[in-house]
Design a protein around this ligand. Structure first.
Ligand SMILES: [Zn+2]
Ligand SMILES: [Zn+2]
Length: 285
């Protein structure tokens, strides 16, 4: 493996307030070599036009900075939902996938959706068909779609590893990927505080997801207890998982080369502390 390939990157979900140029400056100031962004307002359906000049500059500058960037799709998207919301979701996701590819991003992270009252098998079928429709409608050829595991809040899909793996397996081979969120896994019942829990999560990732599909880790601590099924992120080392456990998990050589992104409440001091934490969690080479 080349040195570049084995480099383990880390960063934060980074604001695009003020434009993509400002986002790149923030990432550079903070010393990030990986970051996640929203390509549109995450709580609205509509997307504004992409300024081509801004996109070109972003592409060029990102490369110069050697910054790995993925997108996170809007929170309203639910491809497993009922007819109306599902149709809207597919259209909106297609737009976001296209935008992420136009910006030269590595992947777009998407939630698997919520089944509501729908039978789980039917919800999974809808979700897989919906993701494929969105990829098709986006007209893109390259960008990977990273489905994220859930805490299982409400009736969200992909709390269960087998279910998550089935959804990922339903995407086209070249486009499929996984995003593992540590806070979600903990809330879903993986006790990362114990060696047994960490080993079980790694084992299930290998068996049900495939490490070749793991593209990014969301490194978050959790405000809620193990198994709570409630998704509340906490600053690294300040939550129920805690510093030593998160560090032990992230240092596992199995995750070497996988970018890790913190999704935490922003703040200058907190951002720096979270990045320092992530730097200390890099697997030794
Ligand atoms: Zn997410
Ligand atoms: Zn996440």
């Amino acid at each position: 493996m080349s040195k570049e390939k084995s480099k383990t990157r880390y960063g934060l979900h980074t604001s695009v307030a003020g434009g993509l140029g400002e986002m790149l400056k923030r990432a550079q100031d903070m010393g990030e070599d990986a970051a996640q962004i929203f390509v549109k307002s995450n709580r609205q359906w509509n997307m504004t036009e992409l300024d081509e000049k801004e996109a070109e500059e972003f592409w060029r500058e990102k490369k110069r900075q050697d910054l790995w960037v993925c997108a996170h799709a809007g929170y309203l998207i639910n491809v497993a939902g009922e007819a109306g919301i599902r149709t809207k979701s597919i259209r909106s996701l297609a737009d976001e996938i296209r935008r992420a590819e136009d910006l030269g991003l590595e992947a777009i992270v998407v939630h698997c959706g919520s089944r509501g009252e729908t039978d789980p098998t039917e919800a999974r079928r809808r979700a897989v068909a919906g993701f494929n429709e969105a990829i098709e409608a986006s007209g893109t050829r390259r960008i990977r779609i990273a489905l994220e595991n859930s805490a299982g809040q409400g009736s969200s899909l992909a709390r269960d590893m087998g279910e998550w793996g089935e959804l990922i397996g339903g995407l086209p081979k070249k486009r499929r990927a996984a995003c593992l969120d540590t806070a979600h896994a903990f809330a879903a019942g993986f006790d990362l505080r114990t060696l047994e829990g960490r080993t079980r999560l790694r084992g299930e990732m290998e068996k049900k997801i495939g490490l070749e599909n793991l593209l990014v880790i969301h490194a978050n601590d959790s405000k809620t207890d193990c198994g709570s099924g409630v998704d509340r992120h906490e600053h690294l080392g300040h939550g129920k998982i805690g510093g030593p456990a998160l560090q032990a998990f992230l240092r596992d050589p199995a995750w070497r080369g996988i970018p890790r992104i913190g999704e935490l409440p922003p703040g200058e001091r907190e951002d720096r502390e979270n990045l320092t934490f992530l730097r200390r969690c890099l697997p030794s080479t």
